[in-house]
Design a protein around this ligand. Structure first.
Ligand SMILES: Cc1cc2nc3c(=O)[nH]c(=O)nc-3n(C[C@H](O)[C@H](O)[C@H](O)COP(=O)(O)OP(=O)(O)OC[C@H]3O[C@@H](n4cnc5c(N)ncnc54)[C@H](O)[C@@H]3O)c2cc1C
Length: 503
């Protein structure tokens, strides 16, 4: 069975819903969703330069966190358009926390020079953003189809002209004049991640298979403080950075402060710095976690601001208010992804990408906290504007189905990526990972894992969240972005270098 729409958006997170909402008035748009992605899980908030804050200060903090590797023009679009997008979200009914005088309550997170992170329900920001967007999209009459996209359709002229969706064991083709990937990150390609299970990098594999390029795939962010539950696989509960923003500190097993003296912003240093310091402490002490001490914060502040974190703690029998809680880093966010321009266009006609799956260069080598929901709002709208003004005409003619392969031994793939492409990497391990992955086919997880590993092996320096023990410093000769494409055997390989800032 085949049906046809103007635009298919794959993914129902902040990016996909923002794109769909922007398109709803003028286009026949269909959202395809394999379930909730990371958006409803987001805790800390949305960063936006509101009320007296200068977007250029936000841009500065973004670039510092990104290790100077951000695309300055796209960062400017992010910080300058962000406040307006947030205001529109509020107009759509999103309820953010407010101060007694009615102004938006703003908090501090790692890497931010001032409090600019707005939040909802204390630490349930993503759920509120998702609720508001979903109801606006429903009101606008957009249909959502629940299923997994397992392939793209490409015309002989080289355009993406549709998708293949699996629902209830059947694969259906849906023709479209444009396809927008909004499939989120790659969390499930690792053994343990803060991301839910639907987020496994399918969009990366779909884009590569269609001939698109990836960029910055070596920059995988590990959140410093996932709650250590004793489980080393699956989705780990997050302890938002905003807890440290309110004054919590990290301690080792002896009670010593981990971040004191390591960075001018101490516990609020950028994420990569904190995650590496925790990793080094755990290696030194042979421990599986460190401790987060929030006991210096008033109990009523913790209860009001962090109900989600308190509930996660209660599930494992610890209490954020009265005792230190065990935390460890976990995979959290992909800074790179499918290479796009500022309007979401990939290098394959008819194929667009937004949100975490896309690489616009706004995160550089390490994402600034709470810039990701903002990215979805801003770039989701940008792609909608582009496709409102200039939708490709439908082209009749022959087309090819580009179905993803099945993954062989997914747990082994996850274990390889986790072992060799974690916080600390080296050339020998990364080369071993490439060899081991070669035996595991070209399914989506293997493709995602290989994309990360080949980029990490090629980059012989350390910056942002890519850290190599054999090349521990920044090397200016590597001030270039690595582009990954499929080789003749259908495997991701580094194909091109781009000068810094031209992501
Ligand atoms: C625990 C946690 C806390 C976070 N806290 C914050 C925060 O405070 N502030 C912030 O800015 N960011 C935060 N982030 C990051 C942020 O939530 C994500 O980067 C962002 O929500 C990604 O949005 P997205 O729309 O790109 O993708 P997602 O919200 O991940 O949505 C992806 C969508 O794609 C769908 N999908 C994937 N593959 C397929 C397929 N093959 N077929 C069909 N559908 C598919 C999924 O089902 C899902 O609907 C957090 C992330 C996590 C996990």
């Amino acid at each position: 069975m085949t049906r046809a729409v103007d635009i298919v958006v794959i993914g129902s997170g902040v990016a996909g819903l923002s794109a769909a909402l922007g398109l709803a008035a003028t286009r026949d748009v269909l959202v395809i969703s394999a379930g909730d992605g990371s958006t409803p899980w987001a805790q800390g908030g949305v960063a936006a330069a509101y009320g007296g804050d200068d977007p250029l200060d936000h841009a500065h903090d973004t670039d510092v966190a990104g290790a100077g590797f951000c695309d300055p023009r796209n960062v400017r679009a992010l910080v300058e358009e962000g406040p307006q997008r947030l205001a529109e979200l509020i107009a759509h009914g999103a309820r953010f926390d407010r101060n007694a005088d009615g102004s938006l309550s703003r908090t501090l997170e790692g890497g931010h020079g001032r409090p600019r992170v707005v939040h909802a329900g204390g630490d349930a920001t993503g759920a509120e953003v998702h609720r508001a967007l979903r109801s606006a999209v429903q009101l606008a009459g957009v249909e959502t189809l629940h299923g997994r996209t397992v392939g793209l359709v490409k015309s002989d002229a080289g355009r993406v002209v549709g998708v293949l969706v699996e629902t209830g064991g059947e694969v259906t083709q849906i023709d479209a004049r444009a396809v927008v990937l909004a499939t989120g990150g790659i969390g499930n390609a690792y053994l343990a991640s803060t991301n839910p299970s639907s987020v496994r990098g399918d969009g990366i594999a779909l884009a590569l298979r269609a001939g698109a390029s990836l960029v910055d795939m070596e920059f995988v962010q590990f959140h410093p403080t996932a709650l250590f539950t004793g489980d080393t696989s699956g989705q780990l509960p997050l302890v938002t950075e905003a807890v440290r923003g309110e004054g919590a500190v990290l301690r080792d097993a002896e009670g010593r402060r981990i971040m004191a003296g390591r960075h001018p912003r101490a516990d609020l240093a950028p994420r990569d710095v904190v995650a590496r310091a925790i990793d080094a402490t755990m290696r030194r002490d042979g421990s599986s976690h460190v401790w987060l001490d929030a006991t210096g914060i008033a109990a009523e502040v913790l209860r009001e601001r962090f109900p989600t974190v308190l509930a996660s703690c209660a599930r494992i029998g610890v209490d954020l208010v009265s005792e230190q809680i065990p935390v460890a880093p976990a995979e959290h966010f992909l800074c790179g992804g499918v290479r796009t321009d500022r309007d979401g266009a990939t290098d394959v006609p008819g194929l667009y990408a937004v949100g975490e799956v896309a690489a616009t260069g706004v995160h550089g080598a390490n994402r600034l906290a709470s810039n990701s929901l903002l990215e979805g709002l801003v770039f989701g709208r940008r792609v909608a504007t582009t496709l409102t003004l200039d939708l490709p005409v439908a082209i009749a003619g022959r087309s090819r189905e580009l179905l993803l392969d099945e993954d062989r031994e997914p747990e082994r793939i996850r274990a390889i990526l986790t072992k060799y492409a974690g916080i600390r990497r080296d050339g020998a391990g990364l080369n071993a990972a490439v060899d081991e992955l070669d035996a595991l086919g070209n399914g989506p997880l293997a493709t995602v894992a290989r994309s990360v590993v080949v980029a990490a092996a090629a980059r012989r320096d350390s910056r942002g969240c890519h850290w190599r023990s054999d090349y521990p410093g920044v090397d200016e000769r590597w001030n270039e972005h690595l582009v990954v494409r499929l080789d003749e055997d259908g495997r991701p390989a580094v194909r091109q270098l781009l000068p810094s800032g031209t992501c």
